[in-house]
Design a protein around this ligand. Structure first.
Ligand SMILES: C[S@@+](CC[C@H](N)C(=O)[O-])C[C@H]1O[C@@H](n2cnc3c(N)ncnc32)[C@H](O)[C@@H]1O
Length: 279
């Protein structure tokens, strides 16, 4: 696959971080998986396409649900795909395949999939209408699309709490505004309808989800998770030891009220979006 500026981050430090924290992310997002698969309604003989599959947990779940069908996961990150293949082999999942591809422009076989899914993997497109149209062409007529994406970043404790705590000592860059390629690009429901409609999808439905992100079994784990996110690490890299210690302590204090017996749970509003291929 040709390397371009757009792919560098995921196919570099960000992807490596997601591999290192694979189990953490899967644990943090398991509630979103449940919502995603409720929306996707994968059938035993379905051919499933998982867009931005990362380390492939959702692809393997899709393959298990489509026991007589198959699942293909595509992603930009070679490191995450290597992890995805290793996990599938460990778990003996035979009907799953992973391919390094930019879903925006990849030449998918036309009409080859019954359902396309994504867990937080479709918000990073430079041209979302063209990208979703490309995904739609991979679906059979009336094929289904189901994905989860972030909603209402201003209400996201997952995003705001660490930034505010660390912000007393260092500026942690925002992860991208509404309507910009990045985690919040599909936060605006009108834009989601416009993008998917423009890409040739119909029956576009958005369901507001209010599942929390689970940052770890205790505050220590949550602290490690946040401090090792690439944009946080980068922001803190130049702090002197004393300031770093104060920032870390401020983050620990900020996370402590969110500790529950189920984990350190921070509100992270999302959409479950479903649609059909109009063709
Ligand atoms: C937030 S991560 C989610 C990963 C995975 N879906 C999960 O739930 O663990 C976003 C993923 O989308 C992938 N991605 C971003 N833009 C992409 C593109 N244009 N084509 C394919 N994958 C892409 C990234 O490499 C990354 O793995």
């Amino acid at each position: 696959m040709a390397e371009s500026a757009r792919t560098l981050d995921w196919n570099g430090a960000n992807g490596d971080h997601w591999v290192a924290y694979e189990d953490k992310y899967n644990a943090a997002m398991f509630r979103y998986s449940e919502r995603l698969f409720a929306g996707a309604d994968v059938q035993p003989d379905d051919r499933v396409l998982d867009v931005g599959c990362g380390c492939g947990q959702t692809t393997r779940v899709a393959a298990a649900l489509a026991a007589e069908g198959s699942a293909l996961g595509v992603d930009l990150s070679a490191a995450m795909l290597a992890q995805a293949r290793a996990r599938a082999a460990e778990e003996g999942v035979g009907n799953v395949r992973f391919e390094q591809a930019d879903a925006q422009v990849h030449d998918f076989a036309g009409g080859a999939y019954d359902v396309a899914i994504s867990r937080h993997g479709v918000m990073f497109f430079a041209d979302p209408v063209a990208a979703f149209a490309n995904v739609r062409r991979a679906l059979r007529p009336a094929g289904r699309l189901a994905f989860v994406c972030w909603r209402a970043p201003e209400e996201s404790e997952y995003s705001a709490v660490p930034r505010a705590a660390l912000g007393r000592y260092v500026t942690v860059p925002k992860s991208g505004g509404v309507n910009e390629p990045g985690p919040n690009s599909l936060a605006d429901p009108d834009r989601v309808r416009e993008v998917l409609g423009g890409a040739g999808f119909v029956d576009v439905r958005l369901e507001a989800e209010n599942e929390p992100m689970d940052l770890g079994a205790g505050v220590g784990e949550a602290l490690d998770f946040v401090l090792n996110r690439p944009h946080v690490r980068e922001a803190m890299a130049d702090l002197d030891g004393g300031t770093k210690a104060k920032a870390t302590e401020a983050l620990r204090e900020a996370l402590t009220p969110y500790a529950t017996p189920e984990g350190v749970l921070l509100r992270a509003p999302a959409w479950l979006v479903t649609a059909h291929n109009a063709a």
